[in-house]
Design a protein around this ligand. Structure first.
Ligand code: ADP
Ligand code: ADP
Length: 217
């Protein structure tokens, strides 16, 4: 049966960083809603332009378009064995839609690692995040700098600071997270799927903890 993992946590907690490592180790697909919106914007699709108008303000993109985008992504062949969902679901309506989608694929949400960090740490991490233009590889100016400033170690493309990572938008994103996404913590806790992970540890320790939880499943 396919394995689906939902990474939950505030912006800057380290979901994208861990999702990329886990995808490599488990061979499951990495499905990041934020990356999908950014790819759509790069290609100037209608969805990309619509999403950008919300992202720039730090607001959530409406549920209907987000759900449709993820549904399309999960029907791709590389998701047949399952996926690591990073950034989706972010609202109760999205979580309900995910249950229905996965049931269609004969699957379910198996595990929900919930990565936490203090608000001060989130702001510090997002403020120093540099993202690779080509594939969204993630760096931090202090905590995980590239070998050469401004250049991705993995594909040589330019590193940039996301527009929504600028200080004005970050506080709003954290507020939106507490208001709209926090209810999912209780939702998945009640379902017996949540495991809490201290995101203040270093990247390697968090990966170890995630792999340990996955192996026990
Ligand atoms: P999210 O996807 O949850 O928003 P990211 O994985 O993009 O988070 O991480 C946010 C920033 O923090 C990035 O710049 C990343 O390099 C850095 N980072 C991620 N995990 C850690 C960690 N455990 N310790 C220090 N910095 C981290
Ligand atoms: P973060 O690194 O903060 O977790 P993401 O790259 O996941 O950021 O998301 C960036 C933005 O994309 C969000 O602020 C929101 O506007 C939009 N977005 C991403 N995922 C979703 C989702 N599941 N529902 C609605 N909007 C989303």
């Amino acid at each position: 049966m396919a394995t689906f993992i939902v990474l939950l946590g505030p912006p800057g907690a380290g979901k994208g960083t861990q999702a990329k490592i886990l995808a490599e180790k488990t061979k499951l697909a990495h499905v990041s809603s934020g990356d999908l919106f950014r790819e759509n914007f790069k290609k100037q699709t209608e969805l990309g332009r619509l999403a950008q108008s919300y992202m720039d303000k730090g607001e959530l993109v409406p549920d209907d378009v987000t759900i449709k985008m993820i549904k399309d992504r999960l029907t791709q062949p590389d998701c047949q064995a399952g996926a690591i969902l990073d950034g989706f679901p972010r609202t109760p309506a999205q979580a309900d839609a995910l249950e229905i989608m996965l049931a269609d694929f004969n699957g379910q949400v198996d595990l929900v690692p919930y990565i936490t960090a203090s608000e001060e740490t989130l702001v510090e991490r997002i403020g120093g995040r540099w993202t690779c233009r080509a594939q969204g590889h993630i760096y931090h100016q202090t905590f995980s700098p590239p070998k050469q400033a401004g250049v991705c170690d993995l594909d040589g493309s330019e590193l940039y600071q996301r527009e929504d990572d600028k200080a004005e938008t970050v506080r709003n994103r954290i507020r939106v997270y507490f208001e709209q996404t926090m209810p999912l913590v209780e939702y998945y806790r009640k379902a017996g799927k949540l495991i809490e992970i201290d995101g203040m540890q270093n990247v390697e320790k968090i990966t170890e903890r995630l792999l340990d939880a996955l192996n026990k499943k």
